[in-house]
Write a protein that binds this ligand. Structure first.
Ligand code: SF4
Ligand code: SF4
Length: 335
């Protein structure tokens, strides 16, 4: 074969290969276009999701149960008439509305998210039990009206316990999920001990959170602390000495609370899966105390101190803002 003929033939073969490739490319493009079309359609449409709807069961001291963090009254039901099936049905309706891009009365809520979200397989990932109003202190800043702090509601607590049993017996809670106890003072709930036990028996892999005033050392909490379960505390102290404690909390328990805190810290030293944080709400009554407080906490080698301003104050004074800044500077120095 002559070299010239050979070159022509090669050229012809290359051209037909190119044509084939181009045809294949066009076919693939069409196929891709078809498979992307539904997704492109969805991308154009806005979808919403809310962590609380997807994951949470939230209770309030008023005896109400719901899935919505700001606790919209029409999204919560009194425990006396609560029915788990109806709850899940109304939750599914709201989830579908959000998925379709209808945010309705969720519009403007800071917990509303835009975009895709894959919900995991569990019906609940967290249970918040703020079910009791009963408390042995009378903090000036407490959001619960004073008369309610004296009320023990055994009947509703028992119903709440039955609901928890129903959820756990049907294995609706993620065994690696979380449960938080607050109130009132949760350790004073008549059903506290058996509720802790029920959760712990369900799964030792749950994370337990206790928002407590630490006036009581709970043997149930101590037992859980000594297991591989994660326990986190938020303990309200709000003062650096006995006088301001009495002024703010209405009871002379400062030294007693410090002893209890040390006891929990000692256990946490041996079981590092526990995390203890203390809280200091800046109030007109304790603006000058926080250096004492920070010194005590540094002495106890506490790693995390949380502070906030009193949310009930109608206006924040310059004095308060300056104290907040000083608090941060002193806390940094205390490290
Ligand atoms: S109002 Fe907020 S928290 Fe409640 S369901 Fe809607 S997005 Fe979630
Ligand atoms: S300890 Fe908590 S529940 Fe009790 S009075 Fe103080 S703020 Fe209220």
């Amino acid at each position: 074969m002559k070299p010239f003929e050979n070159r022509n033939q090669n050229q012809h073969t290359n051209q037909s290969n190119c044509a084939n490739l181009f045809n294949q490319f066009c076919i693939s493009l069409n196929t891709l276009k078809d498979s992307f079309r539904p997704r492109l359609f969805l991308i154009k449409k806005k979808t919403y999701w809310c962590h609380y709807i997807d994951n949470a069961l939230i209770t309030s001291y008023l005896g109400r149960v719901g899935f919505c963090r700001p606790f919209l009254p029409h999204r919560s039901t009194d425990i006396d008439s609560f029915n788990l099936k109806d709850f899940l049905k109304s939750r599914a309706i709201k989830q579908n509305e959000l998925k379709k891009g209808e945010c309705g009365d969720c519009c403007g809520c800071s917990f509303l998210n835009v975009g895709y979200h894959d919900k995991n397989e569990w019906v609940f990932n967290s249970i918040d039990l703020a079910f009791s109003s009963f408390c042995n202190l009378r903090c000036t800043y407490c959001y619960i009206p004073k008369p309610d702090l004296a009320i023990k509601n055994y009947d509703k607590e028992e119903k709440m316990f039955s609901l928890i049993c129903e959820i756990l017996d049907h294995q609706l809670l993620n065994p690696y999920g979380s449960v938080s106890f607050s109130g009132g003072e949760p350790t004073l709930m008549s059903s506290f001990s058996k509720t802790c036990r029920k959760f712990f028996d369900y799964s030792p892999n749950l994370t337990f959170a206790f928002i407590t005033n630490c006036t009581i050392v709970s043997k149930d909490i101590v037992e859980i602390m000594k297991t591989p379960s994660k326990v986190s505390f938020m303990i309200s102290i709000d003062s650096g000495n006995e006088d301001s404690y009495l002024k703010i909390k209405g009871k002379p328990f400062f030294q007693h609370v410090m002893r209890n805190l040390q006891y929990y810290l000692k256990i946490a030293e041996c079981y590092p899966n526990n995390n203890i944080r203390v809280k200091y709400i800046l109030l007109p009554e304790n603006l000058n105390d926080f250096i004492d407080f920070l010194n005590i906490m540094a002495g106890l080698k506490l790693e995390t101190v949380y502070f906030d301003l009193d949310a009930n104050l109608p206006t924040i004074s310059d004095e308060m803002i300056n104290a907040a800044i000083d608090f941060c500077i002193e806390a940094k120095n205390a490290v």
